[in-house]
Design a protein. Sequence first.
Lengths: 336, 673
Amino acid sequence: MTHQEQMSQLKEDLASAQGVKDLEQVRIKYLGKKGLVAQMYAQLATAENSQKARLGKEANDFKVAATQMIDEAANHLQARDEGAETVYDVSLPGVMMRLGHQHPISQTMNEIVDIFKGLGFVMVETPELENEFHNFTGLNIPIDHPSRDAFDTFYVEKEDPSAKGRKLLLRSHTSGGQVRLMKQFKPPMAIIIPGRVYRPDAVDASHSFMFHQLEGLLVSDKINFGDLKGLLTEFCRRFFGVDVVMRFRPHYFPFTEPSAEVDIGAEILGIGKKKWLEIMGCGLINPKVFDAVGYPKGRYQGLAFGMGIERMAMLKHRISDIRYFYENDHRFLKQF
Amino acid sequence: MKLSLKWLKEWVNVSWSSTEMVQKLTMAGLEVEQVESINDDTVFDIEITPNRADCLSMLGLAREVAAIASLNAKFPIIKAPKPVKEKVPIDIDKKSDCLRYGATLIEDVTVGASPKAVQDKLASFGIRSINTAVDITNLLMIETGQPLHVFDYDKIVGGKIYVRRAKANEKIITLDGQERKLDEGVLIIADSQKPIAIAGIMGGSETEVNGQTKRILLEAAHFDMAAIRRATRKLGIKTDASYRFERFVDVHQTYLVHARACEMLLAMVGGKVSKRHEVNYAKPSMAKPLKLTEDMIKDCLGAGLPMRKAKDYLSRLGFSVRQLGKALLVKSPTWRYDISIPEDLIEELARLVGYDKWPTTMPIIPTQNIPVDQTRFIMKDKAKSILAAFGIDEAITISLTSQKALSRCRMNGDEAIRVSNPLSQDGEILRTAILPTLLPSLVLNIHRGQKDVRLYEWGHVFTKQGEREQLLVLMTGRRHKDWRLSRRDVINFEDVSGLVMNLSEAWGVKWTLKAKKEQGWSEPHVQIFHDGNPVGGFGLIAKDVLKDWDLKMDGVWGLWIDVEAKPWKKPSPVFFKSLPEYPFTQRDLSLALPLNVSYEDIEKVCRTQSAQMLKTMDFVELYEGDKLPPQHKGYMVSLVFGSDERTLTDLEVNEMMNRIIKEVTLQLKAILR
């Protein structure tokens, strides 16, 4: 065949190539080890010397032209394939990272801690295994006093090294931390003490014998009742929302005077039943507590407050049973 | 304590609606929990705080309402009783047990049913009408807060009253028909033979007053608070009377209530007073008057209150107030045992004015605060981020556990701290580690169908070294859920050790790991050391331990760290290190090694032989195929060499590689692959 005829044949072959496989066959036919171009080069060996240059050039030209045409055809095929409808299912789930969940109690605690940190408080943790002085006596709660009823306690079989014959106990509230820290440090101080507390209450949907509290303490030269209201109002606004309705209701704690409980209007939580929900206790620190920790009479003033974290979490997230918190069922934890 | 509106109106002309009443009482500190309609009465159920036992009476509550409403109260006038020559014989064993005992003997009585008015009054308080005599004791207890009792005098053997502690094994059948065994701690009223009442708590059925009673002995007494509390706890009885005695009964009012009771009884049951006696050991009230100024109020509440207003409020509450210049001298009435410092008075004023009426301000938070090291919290946050990234959920479990749980974890409970008053066996000891309390959560999840469970708890444990903070991680199941990431792979040793590496890196330290056998864990169990001290461990929980916990599976990995040991480096400012100026050279090293050679061993050789020029060494691959000589494993590591001063030449690098190869071959018997 002449060079012309070979080119036409190539063009024909390329035109009838349906896809990648066909094209590959064409490539092999012309450019393969035993392909046409290879044959052409083979013929050179047996050609007459005078023809060698011409035949050689023809072979080269053809190889170049054929290569170019086959490559172009390949590109066209690819472009055609890409332009054609390749269906992607973009809704196919991706590979997600499995991320661990922080416990809702920790989350609620962190939220509350962050609010007070933002107001200048520093966080401190105090021991869960406490003694009677810190948990009761220092807080103006004498042994054998009826007000102790509210603070029913777990005692342990371990002697209090600081009080012969008395046993240690699992703290019934974080308020003991106030006594510890005031004994250890001099004012001014703005402290929050989060942690576990224990009370031998019968366990039901809203009571657990172990739960979490957060205690707050602000002691300096001048703190008054208005400051107490202002601080806790600010906290409630930040935690529940600026529209929170709240009230300070007179109450009693042996370690604060005047004392109050903070109620928030149930509407903001979308809870129907009761109108007011009690969320924390607070008050100005009773001078008797200052006496117990050795501060000079009348020198300092302070405020203190305490709230139950399980309660806050259950109100905020509408959790129906406190026991879910300690089961740690993944189906519960992953919701938060 | 309940408040009967109908009864209240006998004394205080209050015109509030029910809703207003609830609001005003609650906001004055007497929280109304419930409102009921009983017959034609409205009854408010109020929560009385421990400091206001004086409000466990209608008188106390009426005083409060009068003070809140600024009204005058018209309380019943009590006439002094006519003197009686003959005394009721009374013997009080220990003065401190009974500071006051008043007894009146009324003869020729007729005990019957109470008139409807009395029955209705009692009904408002949920008290059943018994008969005229008993009803009066209940009525006056509600009215004044002073519990009373009536005995059938003819049933009192010897006619003499003994107030003493019970003897061991003494018994009594109480009014409710129950036989009770007494002991030396219980205070009783006795006749010459036996106990006839548990003092201040409940009367005996034998001396009960009924329709056949001809002679009534009325008791108006005061008993020691602590003795009553001990008895109620020991015997497991709680009555309206004991409730009051446990909290507060005003010993200085007892004789007045005694007189009133006599009057009312005579009117109801007829008869004549034949004997009376009042034993009094109570010392007169020595309450010091408290000084109160407007400045003191301002200092505490943020605003002042005119002294005449303060005087008004306090007077209505029963305080005697005298003006002394610009100050007030306030003397507490005998029933206000809760008042001892001026702040107590200021609280009274604060709540009567209304807590919402005082200014609300923002406190000045001091810029100087107490020095508390926050490192622990910073490290906790870092760890929590890593744990979350590893897909581990945070758990919180109850810190109390049982000996059974400890032994199921192969832990020794001998030194565990025992709870003196546990609620159940499950909470009999303080946990010495988190494993016995967290493992049940893992088990719960598996039993509920979760196959891949990852939990951690960061909490306190109670060891013989004291209370310590600990971190425990438990993991089991597939590495990945997704089929594209070979979901058949399960969590294995390298996942846990990788987590350990992430944690140590975040905490700025490098821990040493040593294989060590441990009870309750399979091999390999690893002990973690920080600065030469053991600070934790990790490994596979032993299969037999899992079996004890009802898990028929394997592959639960645990990691625990004694956070209390502070196995971290205190964070310090991070200073920028210049990026390397000269390019590094990387070489692979593929070795066949005897099984006992460790990665650490190889690293040591590489470092020693590269004179500071080995920048990093990474583990690339582990090979265990058959192309290795027997009893050998294959490691491939990647070594990166570099210098801060110049580009290392191929020659230099080759030289280092040769030295390394020579030494690993010599020292570690490694074979180059």
